[in-house]
Ligand binder design. Structure first.
Ligand SMILES: NC(=O)c1ccc[n+]([C@@H]2O[C@H](COP(=O)([O-])OP(=O)(O)OC[C@H]3O[C@@H](n4cnc5c(N)ncnc54)[C@H](O)[C@@H]3O)[C@@H](O)[C@H]2O)c1
Length: 284
């Protein structure tokens, strides 16, 4: 089982970069998004990104020309899936949306095609009943920004075959990533499981008036040499995504997470983080 051609579903912050990363390493990658405006945006973004790589001397004209033959944006799902051996799901972090999509994909691709989810927190076993062959279903979790971050988690669920996990793990190596092959599912996977502990304590300190969020970032950046404190990191990954995760915790436990109201207000005001220029910090 070898991955040669992929389709990434969802052309947002993560999807477009996952596909571009694959194309840079010589893989045919197509981005599909349900929103035609996002498809247009991805095409424009790719053009700009690649031109900038040439301008900065990071890529040659020839390299970019080759990448352009491998990177595609396709607004029709059936066409985007033609001939692929792996689909990477990178749509919004809403379980029902992902479940519906996996059922749709199951009807559109053969049972041998690998289905990988880039979900931040949902283990692939949540979708095992949506597909006819759950042995080809697994998590392949990239970090943001996916073009830069080397770390990827491939998570093998109880339903995932060894071959599927191996194919994904080897694919990560071929696209310049440093992956771990997690043999069992855990909420948040190894990386986020660790980081959630820090974020929870960071929100507790601010909610309860021990210090400001800026102080928390200073503590982690200056005190522990983290490249980014927790609130800088939330700005990068998206305040909306953090709120989705907090909502899930709230639903499951009935206990309102610290700073929940702050995050909710920020999302209402459109302060979603670095991608829009404003979050906990201003970027424009
Ligand atoms: N942002 C991060 O830092 C980060 C990091 C790792 C993993 N993730 C995960 O990656 C996934 C995508 O995150 P993102 O930050 O790129 O989100 P995003 O909101 O930037 O993009 C999601 C895209 O999915 C599209 N979409 C929604 N429903 C769709 C459907 N049914 N079919 C096709 N497209 C659909 C939307 O139009 C949107 O463009 C989520 O599961 C998220 O948890 C995000």
């Amino acid at each position: 089982m070898e991955i040669k051609k992929i389709c990434v579903i969802g052309g947002g912050r993560m999807g477009r970069q996952i596909a571009m990363n694959a194309s840079i390493y010589g893989f045919d990658a197509t981005v599909y998004d349900i929103a035609p405006a996002v498809c247009d945006d991805v095409a424009g973004w790719a053009e700009k990104y690649l031109s900038e790589r040439i301008a900065k001397g990071r890529m040659t004209e020839e390299q970019v020309a080759k990448i352009k033959t491998l990177f595609h944006v396709e607004p029709v799902l059936e066409k985007a899936l033609e001939g692929v051996d792996c689909v990477v799901e990178a749509v919004i972090e809403v379980e029902d949306v992902k479940r519906k999509l996996f059922k749709q994909l199951d009807a559109l691709v053969g049972p041998e095609v690998i289905l990988a989810t880039n979900s931040s927190f949902m283990v692939s076993s949540k979708f095992a009943d949506c597909v006819s062959n759950p042995a080809r279903l697994a998590n392949m979790h990239f970090y943001n920004p996916a073009l830069v971050m080397k770390f990827v988690e491939v998570v093998q669920g109880a339903h995932t075959s060894e071959e599927t996990a191996r194919a994904l793990y080897e694919f990560c190596g071929k696209i310049g990533k440093k992956a771990i092959w997690q043999k069992k599912e855990i909420d948040g996977f190894a990386g986020n499981y660790l980081i959630m502990g820090i974020l929870k304590r960071a929100r507790y300190l601010v909610q309860n008036g021990y210090c400001t969020y800026q102080d928390v970032d200073i503590a982690m950046e200056e005190g522990f040499h983290n490249p980014m404190g927790p609130f800088h990191m939330i700005d990068l990954t998206g305040v909306d995504l953090a709120l989705d995760i907090m909502k899930r915790e709230y639903d499951e436990t009935g206990v309102k997470p610290d700073m929940y109201d702050v995050f909710e207000q920020m999302v209402k005001e459109g302060r979603l983080g670095k991608s829009v220029g404003h979050g906990f910090y201003d970027y424009v």
